[in-house]
Design a protein around this ligand. Structure first.
Ligand code: PHE
Length: 374
């Protein structure tokens, strides 16, 4: 603050000259006008109306003026500050209105927009088919048993009557495992079938009856092509009880194909060899497409069964007594039957899938037409 001004000379008080007050007012007005948003306006407000703003400082100078000059200077500064406050309020009103309008559009919720824009996928038909098979057998009283994909060799081979020197052991295209250092891990393989789960079920049960199905992924060192894949899905079934015969096996198979493909379907058995079953058979089912009518009928060829009337499904047989013994089950008291087949093949027949790779690749364009089937 300047010292009291005894000899009145308004020119001496620079800050209170009319041009200076006008300039400060105009500067403030311009600054408010230039503020593009409320934050900028707040800054301009502090700069032009705050305690340390030029106009406030000028106002303080009034006290130092001689009484005659006070009134005029007071009016001048008062008017200027009034104009500045009015401009500030007006600009704030404009900017607030702009902000409100923007918030209304930017944060608006359009309740008419579709709510399910995320494309929905579908369950893989291998899963749904395997579950459908599971339903058929659980309805007959079977339990679903699962086991590890990395399996003990003993469970995958030895217990199934495929000892270390058994020729069948080397025909299964087995993946052997190596540990992190690259050394082969003795005694564990990627399971080549889910039969190891059947062994686990027999070992776990204190006494038959045992009725289980074992679905799951299995591994064989095949190339991936239109009809082969190194990873595929199987479902195997095992029943061990008193008095079971091949008639029970045949009845169970027939029930399965009727449940899957409808009335009139049946299976047939052809002699075969498996180490773990005796007798063993290859199981075929009537071609669900031509129902056998293409056989000897050149006018009605069938691509599904190559006009043979039958489709090969998988292997089956009566559980070899040696397998029962390996699992601590008395073969003189109990007998069992088993079968197993690949689900990919069944899917290919059932839905006319021509290339195995479509099943493996997991492209949603393949799975979508099958739908959810929960
Ligand atoms: N485990 C056999 C395989 O994967 C299938 C099979 C199961 C055959 C049960 C007979 C009895 O090849």
């Amino acid at each position: 603050m300047s010292a009291p001004n005894k000899s009145y000379d308004p020119v001496e008080v620079e800050a209170l000259k009319p041009e200076e007050i006008e300039r400060l007012r105009d500067e403030a007005l311009a600054a408010f006008e230039a503020a593009a948003d409320l934050a900028a306006l707040q800054e301009a407000k502090v700069a032009h109306t705050g305690d340390r703003s030029p106009l406030s400082l000028a106002n303080r100078e009034i006290g130092a003026l001689p009484p005659q000059a006070k009134k005029e200077a007071g009016q001048r500064v008062g008017q200027a500050r009034g104009a500045v406050n009015k401009a500030l309020a007006e600009r704030r009103a404009v900017l607030e209105a702009e902000r409100d309008a923007r918030v209304l559009t930017e944060e608006a919720v359009d309740v008419t927009l579709p709510f399910d824009r995320a494309p929905r996928g579908a369950r893989h038909p291998l899963t749904t088919l395997s579950e459908r098979l599971g339903d058929i057998f659980t309805a007959m009283g079977y339990a679903v048993a699962e086991g590890p994909e990395v399996e003990a060799e003993w469970l995958n081979f030895d217990a199934l009557n495929m000892g270390p020197d058994h020729p069948a052991r080397s025909t299964q295209d087995t993946f052997f495992l190596k540990d992190a250092t690259g050394h082969s891990t003795d005694g564990v393989v990627l399971r080549t079938h889910t039969s190891g789960v059947q062994i686990r079920s027999m070992l776990a049960a204190s006494e038959p009856p045992i009725y289980v199905i074992c679905p799951g992924r299995v591994f064989r060192s095949d190339e991936l092509d239109a009809t082969h894949t190194p990873v595929f899905s199987q479902i195997e079934l095992l029943a061990v009880d008193e008095g079971l015969t091949m008639a029970d096996l045949k009845g169970t198979l027939d029930h399965m194909v009727v449940s899957l493909f409808g009335e009139g379907m049946k299976t047939r058995l052809r002699p075969n060899y498996f180490p773990f079953t005796e007798p063993s058979a290859e199981m075929d089912m009537v071609c669900f497409n031509c129902r056998g009518e293409s056989v000897g009928n050149p006018d009605r060829p069938c691509r599904t069964c190559s006009s043979e009337g039958w489709i090969e499904l998988g292997g089956c047989g009566m559980v070899n007594p040696r397998v029962l013994i390996a699992c601590g089950i008395d073969p003189n008291r109990y007998s069992g039957f088993a079968f197993g087949f690949g689900i990919e093949r069944l899917l290919m027949f059932r839905h006319n899938v021509e290339d195995m790779r479509d099943i493996v690749e997991g492209d949603v364009r393949f799975t979508l037409p099958f739908g959810m089937e929960i």
